[in-house]
Ligand binder design. Sequence first.
Ligand code: S3P
Length: 417
Amino acid sequence: MSKHADKTYTPPPDKAITHRALIIAALADGTTRVFNPSICEDTLATAACLKKLGIRIKFSKTSLQVKGLGLKGLKKPAGPLNAGQSGTTMRLMAGVLAGQDFDSVIKGHGSLLKRPMTRLTKPLSAMGARVSSSGGRPPLKISCAPLTGACLKLSVPSAQVKSAALLAGLYAGGRTSVTERVKTRDHTERLLKHLRAKIKTSGLKTVLEPGALKAGRIKIPGDISSAAPFIAAALLLGRTLLIREVGLNPARLGLVKTLQRMGARLKVKVKRSGPEPVGEIIIFPAKLKGVKIAPDEIPAMIDELALLALLAASAKGKTVIRGITELRHKESDRIKTTSALLRRLGVKAAFKTDSLTITGPQKLLGGGSIETFNDHRVAMAAAVGSLLAEKPVKIKNAGCVKKSYPGFFHDFKKVFQ
Ligand code: S3P
């Protein structure tokens, strides 16, 4: 343990990177070993879809072996694929399915049925794909059609949509270029490159040439989004905490950078790189102050905004977070559900269509039960809030954390009790 830290915590493996590792390995020639994979409801949904397409995945205690069948090796599934409640599974798999020489259907359930798909079907259609949704929502029907390269400009900042276009691009007749308005997580680009795709990113533009992938070894770092509630709780309780083996991809560090601007003492150290930077974060006690957050800063902390709201409530002064509309399209409408969470904890916040203002410091009163709306990120933020609340709170349907982090409550108790 570091000489500075009261406690050490190692987050579970990164969910977003594991989805991509499974899919990209399945499309490569040969067997890829994925070390330290995330095993949760969402990644298991991706694995199940790939198995239905004929991919063999062998699970061992700390790694997975994916027998890639090459770009042309997937088999027509016997029935619809099921993405469960995983948006990443549905959108990334749609990119792959668009390139196959068979028709397919991918369905889902629960919260996934409400999530928007037009943002995905539009760019895929521009590449020649025949993808239809049910009034802009799942399920997706994908019919066999030749893909052409395209020059895509994405209007919605979404790593899932960008990734789907790049995966489809592997099958296109020519070059695909994808330009974003704001940088989103680039795990797909990094892993494609790692397995030898012809891909190049400069600034906001990524260019991919179609072509085969080669199997390799992939080590998944710890998930910064799963570590985020631990960062928030350590800061709110004034504890020193060392977070080890955590992914430090710059496009995921929005919360860390914002907290540093708020006066938090967070020491970030990259220990190794390739394909993803990995290292540690040490959190030292500090007083926070309110800041202004611009829309361009949101994608790098898109899954951490409920936590940021709690931290803003404890900070001195006004925090204004702008550009939050995308929150409406997560596992729950997180503008509504974060607002309900804050209200339940006794925090006053002003939500507008696209912004949130909180003036602190405020006490967290708590008392009674907190609804999670079946949203894993809301449940984890509620756990952080409950540590600080003056009156005990009960978190309803806390089991929804299984979506990304089945061991969350066990680990959280271990570090903070
Ligand atoms: C993800 C991208 C983000 C994020 C989600 C995971 C990914 O979604 O909120 O939890 O794996 O690419 P969007 O692409 O919809 O912003």
